[in-house]
Design a binder for this molecule. Structure first.
Ligand code: ATP
Ligand code: MG
Length: 335
């Protein structure tokens, strides 16, 4: 079902730069909100260190990867080396400690796929999820943050795509659509394959940062300040890139054969990944390789119903960008 690529007149599309940038600006969290997040982290550090003096708390997810819009939840990882306790015990203990310190709605979710403690801080009004020893998420958070520093168009594009996905109801992994993390990887891939490229492939460059987490070696070039002008050869505007992104996922991606891989900065085949058939609940109907856990397909949550929903939404967005007289209004219309 690969359709012919559409083209567009650049001056036409460029009238959307101003409204897109206005949406982007309106979604950026304020300094005040960032300060409140840090304040909450400091409080949590104080409480946790009483019980576990050697434990560390790390922010991860959108409050630390620079793709967080205003009013996002804060994701925190508790790194703890306590060999005698399993994760559920730590979760219950942690919930206990936090409960007794005036935090509200403290819930221990020990049976979730990733066990967490959920809470709300009544002082700042911020909601927070705390997981245990999910260090790979801390490392992929750094990778995303480093990519965001290379070219500001990545952050602009990802904010608009995430805003679109939330408005259209296609950012719900429990309903078979994609996570925010998956959408950001789709944006990075898209900017890597643009010609000229807007983003390099950091994992194919000289290693300047390397850690091994749960037997996974994570290595890449992280001195991104040295790449400041990488994207300058590509002069595309944000409106052209948003148009290109939806066009790519509507008409240019080969859903039957291709795997998107930020790790290699290219497309891999489902064949070589052995992602050609359904195994258990993993269906591989849209394939997005995790940059570090390379056996992990972020599209595995997508099922035969939700793939249709997703593809129709990409086509709807591409169609609006091409023909609608007021795309900014229609694109983000609530589902
Ligand atoms: P939002 O603004 O929607 O909260 P987010 O960036 O926090 O966006 P989530 O999808 O909630 O995105 O994921 C939080 C973090 O957890 C991600 O940034 C990533 O580090 C990690 N993560 C999420 N899903 C996966 C996954 N399937 N595999 C590996 N890491 C993941
Ligand atoms: Mg989050």
């Amino acid at each position: 079902r690969i359709k012919k690529k559409q083209t567009i007149c650049r001056t036409d599309i460029d009238r959307l730069n101003v409204p897109f940038l206005a949406i982007y600006e309106s979604l950026i969290p304020s300094e005040e909100e960032k300060a409140k997040q840090r304040q909450l982290l400091t409080l949590l550090e104080k409480l946790v260190s009483k019980e576990w003096p050697k434990a560390q708390l790390y922010l991860y997810g959108s409050c630390a990867n620079s793709f967080g819009v205003s009013k996002s939840d804060v994701d925190v990882c508790l790194a703890i080396e306590d060999a005698d306790m399993d994760k559920s015990e730590v979760i219950l203990k942690l919930a206990d400690i936090l409960q007794s310190d005036n935090l509200q709605n403290v819930q221990a979710l020990t049976r979730a796929r990733v066990p967490i403690v959920k809470l709300m801080d009544p002082v700042t009004g911020i909601s927070c999820d705390i997981c245990i020893n999910n260090v790979l998420a801390v490392v992929n958070t750094k990778l995303l943050r480093d990519y965001a520093q290379i070219d500001e168009r990545l952050r602009q594009l990802a904010f608009i795509v995430k805003h679109w996905a939330k408005s259209r109801g296609v950012n719900e992994t429990y309903q078979g659509t994609l996570s925010s993390y998956a959408y950001v990887l789709m944006c990075i891939h898209f900017l890597q394959q643009r010609r000229p490229a807007v983003l390099p492939c950091l994992q194919e460059m000289e290693t300047t940062y390397s850690v091994t987490v749960e037997e996974v070696k994570c290595a890449y070039f992280d001195q991104v300040e040295k790449l400041g002008d990488f994207g300058n050869h590509n002069r595309e505007t944000i409106a052209q890139l948003v148009w290109g992104f939806f066009n790519y996922w509507a008409y240019c991606h080969d859903y039957t054969k291709s795997v998107v891989s930020v790790r290699t900065g290219s497309i891999l085949s489902k064949q070589e990944k052995d992602w050609t058939r359904r195994i258990g609940n993993d269906r591989h109907l849209i394939c997005i390789e995790d940059p570090f856990e390379i056996s992990h397909d972020l599209g595995r949550v997508v099922d035969k119903y939700s793939i249709k929903v997703l593809r129709e939404e990409f086509e709807r967005a591409a169609h609006i960008m091409q023909y609608d007289p007021n795309p900014c209004g229609t694109l983000f219309k609530r589902y």
